[in-house]
Design a protein around this ligand. Structure first.
Ligand code: SAM
Length: 219
């Protein structure tokens, strides 16, 4: 989990302590990640971002979601807890081992019936879907170089009024540091400009987690 550099560690701690804590099943999932995937757990969204996404799904009456980047299922579980019992999430990843851990926790939380996991390059999964508005929400959180490709495939498939969330859009502050030139940060910079220029949406870049862009497709 990467969090915003805008907050001092103390203020961040306060912010987390003054948000409703994650459900116990999410805490268990996070603890297993800390134990089994200490080098990769940084990829999991933060607890307050998870709560924000659950609330956002509830507030927007979202039913059908596409997620790009499952990892071990923390963010999909947060979203699944915010949609109705007949809601759906299609979540994409290339790593079957991580997805199988995710499925275990979705079962435990009683939301597995809402979630379909698709293994393979997400851009192929997206292109294989009908180009019809079929989702109320998208969450983009995979390889940063491909964010523009994901965006271009997702926007036509979002219903009018639907939401697109993109994670890590401040990239630990590297977006404004010209000495940082990794493919990932360049991917994020390109994406931030691309999404802002897209007249089909209105958006805000929030200082939630590592930067979370929230876009709404116009009616
Ligand atoms: C930041 S993690 C996702 C974290 C997850 N949303 C969470 O909160 O736990 C990014 C994920 O994207 C996956 N990924 C990387 N490249 C991909 C690709 N081309 N297609 C689909 N998934 C990909 C990785 O395997 C990894 O699990």
């Amino acid at each position: 989990m990467i969090t915003s550099e805008i907050f001092s560690p103390k203020l961040y701690e306060y912010l987390v302590e003054h948000s409703t804590p994650p459900a116990s099943v999410l805490q268990e999932l996070a603890a297993e990640n800390e134990r089994r995937h200490p080098d990769s757990v940084i990829m999991q969204i933060s607890p307050e971002q998870g709560r924000f996404m659950t609330l956002l799904a509830q507030l927007s009456h979202t039913r059908d979601i596409i997620e790009i980047g499952t990892f071990t299922g923390y963010s999909s579980l947060c979203l699944a807890l915010g949609i109705p019992d007949d809601g759906t999430i299609l979540t994409c990843d290339i790593n079957e081992e991580w997805a199988s851990m995710a499925r275990r926790y979705w079962e435990k939380a009683g939301v597995a019936h809402k979630i379909t996991s698709r293994i393979g390059p997400a851009v192929d999964t997206l292109r294989a879907l009908p180009r019809d508005p079929m989702f109320d929400m998208a969450f983009i959180d995979a390889d940063k170089q491909s964010y523009i490709d994901y965006w271009n495939e997702i926007v036509p498939r979002i219903r009018p009024g639907g939401l697109i969330l993109a994670d890590n859009t401040l990239y630990a502050g590297e977006v404004i540091d010209p000495t940082k030139t990794s493919d990932a940060v360049q991917g994020i910079r390109g994406f931030n400009d691309h999404a802002l220029a897209d007249e089909r949406v209105e958006l805000v870049l929030l200082s939630v987690g590592d930067g979370l862009t929230l876009a709404r497709k116009k009616n």
